[in-house]
Design a protein around this ligand. Structure first.
Ligand SMILES: [Zn+2]
Length: 320
């Protein structure tokens, strides 16, 4: 009862925010974060001056409290929705053999789709029309199986390049959803193999799926049936990589063998992704990697096998 109230409230809030902000060509939410950051920095500096200390401390606590409250009401409550896994017919533990069969299927899919997309002078995958990818994502949102998503899919384009793309490249963050303005942001500096799927992922948050791995799964459902080959390749490539990351814990030789079987074009895409990650490694990445690990560990039961919730959803959804 309570959750459906917040789900409806989310739709209302999103409708108003998209009316206000979707037509603005840049991310209003990013601008909001910059202004907020400037205020916090200003009050933090004045903390060092004795006569203003109390006043500044109250201001800082007030800002944090207000934003935390708005965040919870606009977004945080959506974490209490029924998990997608409970809506699937099968709810088994991920099975490595099944993952291997799927990895072979997705390798073949990737190889085929990759033949029909464009590449740059270095033979690396490029997108030709991001707007048509975004429109395709919106139209696929409306076709999601109703037992998984009963959400409304308003066909409003509200996906924007992040103003923080330079910093983002060094943090390993591909995109994010802004709960205060209902905008979806992606890092436009990323290798193109990442961008269409990242956009589908962020659009799934925008649709109302808060959990990270559920956004991956809904993004997967959006991309995998698409007639837009650039979106489909990006999604198939993401799915294959996720499967391999799961399998490598149990059978590294199998993964090595699959990597060998990548088509030359896929190998070039993989090499480009790797070189991008390597050239953007730094202290920020270490910091975020560290906090991320800390966060994941605190949410995981001790001693359990490490697989992502996305793999759990994928293997239970696919009947191979
Ligand atoms: Zn996300």
């Amino acid at each position: 009862m309570m959750i459906s109230f917040f789900e409806n409230f989310f739709e209302l809030q999103k409708g108003i925010h998209q009316m206000l902000f979707s037509w603005v060509p840049f991310s209003v939410g990013d601008l909001l974060y910059i202004i907020l950051g400037a205020f916090l920095l200003y009050y933090a500096i004045t903390l060092f001056r004795k006569e203003r200390r109390n006043n500044s401390l109250i201001r800082i606590l007030m800002i944090i409290n207000i934003f935390y409250f708005i965040y919870q009401v606009f977004w945080g409550m959506l974490y209490f929705q029924t998990p997608i896994i409970k809506k699937l017919a099968s709810q088994k533990e991920p099975d490595v053999e099944k993952a291997k069969r799927l990895a072979i299927t997705y390798l073949e899919k990737c190889k085929t789709t990759r033949q029909s997309v464009k590449e740059d002078g270095n033979g690396v995958f490029i997108m030709t029309n991001l707007t048509s990818i975004q429109k395709e994502i919106l139209s696929q949102q409306a076709k999601l199986p109703s037992y998984i998503s009963g959400k409304k899919a308003p066909q409003i384009l509200d996906i924007k390049p992040s103003l923080f793309k330079n910093i983002m490249s060094f943090t390993g963050i591909l995109g994010y959803y802004n709960p205060f303005t209902a905008e979806a942001q992606y890092n436009s500096e990323l290798p193109h193999t990442f961008i269409p799927f990242t956009t589908a992922h962020e659009s799934s948050h925008q649709l109302g799926f808060a959990r990270e791995q559920e956004a991956n799964f809904v993004g997967y459902l959006i991309g995998i049936h698409s007639n837009n080959l650039e979106l489909r390749y990006s999604t198939e490539f993401f799915t294959l990589k996720s499967l391999l990351r799961f399998i490598v814990e149990e059978d590294p030789e199998f993964v090595e063998n699959i990597l060998h079987q990548y088509s030359p074009a896929m190998k070039r895409d993989r090499a480009y992704e790797k070189s991008f990650v390597l050239s953007h490694q730094g202290w920020l990445d270490d910091f975020f990697g560290f906090t991320n690990n800390l966060f994941l560990k605190s949410n995981q039961q001790e001693g359990s096998v490490t697989y992502s919730y996305f793999i759990d959803l994928l293997l239970n959804y696919e009947n191979t």
